[in-house]
Design a protein around this ligand. Structure first.
Ligand code: ATP
Length: 549
């Protein structure tokens, strides 16, 4: 396909505003693209390489301006390009404002016989631009770009300049291309979508859709060494998760950097959340995985920084490692990093994206001996609160809640993974009762009844049983014991004296407590030593908060 034809079609698409028409036009272009289909699909999105491929042209705008200036004529300087850019606002319009072609013979372009550029030639030269590295590469890149602009008509130059700078601006996003592929080659949108998720390569998917239809798309799978987009999380609440799923998978939310592990049976490659390769900065993670992994696999996880005792350090410490890319030996002395793998996308020849999380976790645990993240299956809020308390106590960021039956959706921020929302509200409540613990905690008070102030005294709104470590319980027992009014079995009645700060997810009308309200997912946050019972929150305030929810 001539690049001029591509530019014409791109201009027609850019001039169109209705989404359905744009999709149709893109579909027609794909159908006419012939052997250059994969390139056309990428160019339409301003891309030279598929998203999983970390190659770039590695040129800054300045170099592009220089190449344009040189192709525009002997008297044109890069400053002229810049001043036109200030006027016209975007590089495509600037490139289209020059009359190129007077400088033949000066460039290093790969010439074609008739002088007209083809899409394949543009692709080939831009690949050479990307491949140029080391001494003198800046000149090589500029010469190649000059050669391309020198052979461009104004309309071609418009789209060439935009392509070079990675911004097509013709209103064609990923969704449009997906729908256009489906329309042009009569395959289902779902099949295209799935194929895109596993390959991250619009060019490849378009080609397979055209050649082998739906059946061909179905055979596309994950490939070791080709990263996929990470599944993402929404914020959510414990109560919401339990309502939706019955049982939730609870995982430690590590404060580190996301990594995707690709192991082909011999060596490991690591990719970051945006699919950049990060193998080199993490040599001990690579060595660890090459030792521990039993079979070829693709894993999802988090790299965390730890201190000498293995306790977590903040996220910034991991970033230091990434920043010190070129001085890894020194960074290794500064910061120890460890992998916490939490998902398994592929193991021993089998793609697991469509398998439920429980099965993927099983597979993860068989394929990787250690370094697997902590997780629990829980069906009640109190158990989850306990896990969260321990997790926070151990210095982690919090917890993730996941639907144990859910599949892995690359790139999706769906409702199947939720990061627990921090408490929306807190209340300062008076401790009016407690219970002696069991077993190891028999000598300690636990399960504290917390109450709001009412006009005639105090009325309970819930129990905080959790979020409290042994050490804290000892201190609290000491603090509360002098206020015991009476005991009945394990139950203890306390005179109002101590105020707790309590976090909760929601307020609910309830018959359980005299106040008529119950806190959902109440958690102990601390003692308000600065507050007396008379300063605690009132039933009135709770009523207002509940109404406002
Ligand atoms: P976002 O990913 O939502 O854009 P973010 O990068 O700041 O924002 P968070 O939203 O706070 O991250 O949390 C999601 C991230 O938490 C994941 O991308 C991952 O890096 C990290 N994480 C830590 N532990 C887990 C886990 N057990 N499961 C999934 N993700 C985890």
């Amino acid at each position: 396909m001539d690049f001029a034809a591509f530019a014409d079609r791109a201009a027609a698409i850019e001039a169109e505003s209705a989404d359905t028409v744009i999709t149709e036009r893109v579909g027609e272009l794909l159908a006419d693209a012939g052997s250059e289909l994969p390139i056309v699909v990428r160019f339409l999105q301003g891309r030279m390489f598929p998203a999983h491929d970390s190659r770039t042209l590695d040129i800054g705008p300045a170099l592009c301006y220089e190449a344009i200036a040189r192709a525009a004529g002997r008297n044109v300087a890069a400053e002229d390009v810049e001043s036109r850019l200030a006027d016209r606002g975007e590089i495509g319009a600037v490139a289209a404002s020059y009359d190129f072609g007077g400088q033949q013979g000066l460039g290093a372009f790969t010439g074609s016989d008739d002088g007209g550029l083809t899409v394949a030639e543009v692709d080939e030269d831009l690949r050479a631009v990307a491949a140029a590295t080391g001494d003198g590469s800046r000149d090589t890149k500029r010469d190649l770009l000059f050669g391309l602009f020198n052979r461009s008509s104004p309309e071609e130059a418009r789209y060439l300049a935009r392509l070079v700078l990675g911004e097509m601006r013709i209103g064609v996003g990923g969704g449009t291309v997906r729908d256009a592929i489906a329309g042009a080659f009569d395959v289902s949108v779902e099949a295209v979508e799935r194929a895109l998720q596993v390959t991250n390569d619009y060019g490849l998917v378009a080609d397979i859709a055209r050649e082998d239809g739906d059946d061909g798309l179905e055979t596309l799978g994950l490939e070791i060494g080709r990263p996929v987009q990470a599944m993402l999380a929404q914020t959510g609440t414990v109560t919401g998760a339990l309502e939706d799923w019955g049982t939730a998978a609870v995982e430690v939310k590590y404060d580190g950097a996301r990594v995707q592990v690709h192991y082909d049976g011999e060596s490991v490659r690591l990719f970051s959340r945006n699919m950049e390769e990060v193998t080199d900065p993490l040599p001990e993670v690579v060595a660890f995985l090459e030792r521990e992994l039993d079979a070829p696999a693709i894993l999802d996880g988090e790299v965390v920084a730890v201190d000498e005792d293995g306790d977590p350090l903040p996220f910034q410490e991991v970033l230091r490692r990434f920043r010190r890319k070129h001085d890894v030996a020194r960074a290794r002395e500064d910061v120890t990093v460890r992998l916490r793998a939490f998902d398994c996308l592929h193991a021993d020849g089998a793609d697991l994206l469509d398998a439920p999380l429980r099965d993927r976790r099983d597979r993860l645990e068989t394929v990787l001996g250690s370094g697997v993240s902590e997780w629990w299956l829980a069906d009640d809020a109190e158990a989850i609160a306990d896990i969260e308390a321990e997790t926070l106590e151990a210095g982690h960021e919090g917890i993730m809640l996941k639907d144990p039956e859910s599949t892995y959706s690359p790139g999706r921020r769906g409702k199947h993974w939720r990061k627990r929302k921090p408490d929306v509200e807190t209340l300062d409540l008076v401790v009016t009762g407690a219970e002696w613990g069991e077993g190891r905690r028999a000598e300690l008070l636990g399960t504290f009844e917390v109450s709001v102030r009412t006009p005639d005294g105090y009325a309970p709104v819930g129990n905080v049983a959790t979020g409290i470590t042994d050490e804290r319980l000892e201190a609290l027992t000491e603090r509360l014991e002098p206020h015991v009014r009476s005991e009945d079995g394990v139950a203890v009645d306390l005179e109002p004296a101590v105020v707790f700060e309590v976090g909760y997810e929601e307020l609910q009308a309830s018959n359980t407590y005299d106040s008529g309200y119950a806190l959902r997912f109440p958690r102990f946050l601390g003692v308000r030593e600065d507050k007396a019972p008379e300063d605690a929150d009132t039933l009135d305030r709770v009523r207002r908060l509940a109404d406002a929810q």
